[in-house]
Design a protein around this ligand. Structure first.
Ligand code: NAI
Ligand code: MG
Length: 347
């Protein structure tokens, strides 16, 4: 059932985040029926806040964010902030605190979008990336720092509980799609401890989904097939690190970073889920009105589907497909793309 009101936390963030989120909100307002009440509250996180206060994300911030139905994020990150501070202190902290264990990244090559791959292959798959474990938990450390004997560890954390819940989610998604195919991507021939846990759990859960066709693929082989046979994929489930890497590749072959959307999802709805474009704050083009807001607008569609507004989500996706299909060579500004999509979903 869909909610009749949406209480949305909006985090424009840094760089082009500000520009693309404005267009995402414009399209959201345009697509919602009159009787759905949209409330938004904007939060200032990212580089500005960090420079002003030294804070990235406090417990009080988390308490405030918790009260929303969902979060729309632009991007966080700026060259003026040391690498890792905002990634760990904001993005990862939020994903862990709100237990966003399903990181959903669809890839669909829409008509009118040029893929760098020859022959315009049919690409329509979704990557379900584990979002709270793997090598991203901060389980590691350094000793003898700065000496020739420096030691660094970065331990990959994999729990039966954490693997099973994301694998289950991926099977359910595969079951709900027409082709009903699921690939497990890992590196279980070398990373045997984690790899065998993933494989065992995957095979066990598979017994409950007899209609889903499964395959296993090493991550290095997956990077080949994503380029040579992207049409073979339907749903992919994989760990946090592999998922991070192959989804950038997936975005590159299916229309580029300007159209790649994602959701950081808490399927049990204990905490609000967060939706964001896959791209970052793009300091090289920030403030120029050049950023493509389509990835953010497609992330709004994922957000609406998560909240049960399926018809509105589809309206956005249809509008984007039509817009891309008719997009000429003339460059359009961020705002022009937003206006065009807002007009299509309203009309
Ligand atoms: P990026 O995605 O910001 O930019 C990569 C390239 O793609 C740039 O040439 C940029 O101009 C272009 N690009 C990105 N989005 C675009 C759009 N909507 N339309 C047109 N062109 C677009 O990645 P980069 O440069 O590695 O990172 C920049 C900053 O963003 C860093 O501080 C990084 O940490 C942060 N970042 C934040 C993310 C997040 O908030 N979830 C995700 C990725 C990076
Ligand atoms: Mg990435």
């Amino acid at each position: 059932a869909s909610t009749r009101s949406i209480n949305l936390a909006v985090i424009p963030g840094d760089g082009i985040g500000q520009e693309v989120v404005a267009q995402g909100l414009k399209v959201l307002s345009a697509v919602l029926p009159q009787d759905v009440k949209l409330e938004t509250k904007e939060y200032d996180f990212g580089a500005r806040r960090y420079h002003a206060t030294g804070e990235t994300l406090t417990d009080a911030d988390l308490d405030a964010l918790k009260r929303h139905d969902a979060i729309l994020l632009g991007a966080i990150g700026d060259p003026s902030v040391p690498s890792g501070v905002l990634e760990r202190g904001f993005l990862l902290k939020l994903r862990f605190a709100f237990d966003h264990h399903v990181n959903l990244r669809p890839s669909k090559l829409l008509p009118g979008v040029a893929s760098p791959l020859a022959g315009q292959p049919e690409i329509d798959f979704v990557v379900v990336r584990e979002g709270t474990e793997g090598p991203y938990t901060g389980n590691g450390g350094t000793i003898r720092k700065g000496t020739p004997h420096e030691v660094a560890t970065e331990v990959s954390v994999n729990t039966a509980f954490g693997v099973e819940r994301v694998v289950r989610d991926a099977f359910a998604r595969a079951q709900a799609r027409p082709r009903k195919k699921l690939a497990l991507v890992h590196k279980n021939n070398v990373l045997t401890f984690a790899g065998h846990l993933w494989t065992d759990v995957f095979n066990k859960v598979a017994e409950e989904f007899p209609e889903v066709t499964t395959e296993y693929m090493h991550v290095d082989a997956a990077t080949i097939y994503l380029v040579t046979q992207p049409e073979r994929f339907d749903v992919i489930v994989t760990d946090n690190l592999f998922g991070d890497i192959i989804t950038d590749l997936a975005a590159a072959v299916s229309g580029g970073i300007g159209v790649a959307a994602s959701g950081n999802i808490n399927p049990g709805r204990e905490f609000p889920s967060m939706f964001e474009p896959v791209h970052g704050s793009a300091p090289d083009i920030a403030g120029q009105g050049k950023a493509d807001p389509t990835a953010t607008i497609l992330s709004v569609a994922l957000l609406l589907r998560h909240l049960g507004h399926n018809a509105e989500a589809e309206r956005i996706e249809t509008a984007v497909a039509a817009d891309l299909g008719e997009r000429g060579d003339a460059p359009r500004s961020t705002e022009q793309v937003g206006d065009a999509l807002a007009a299509r979903v309203a009309g």
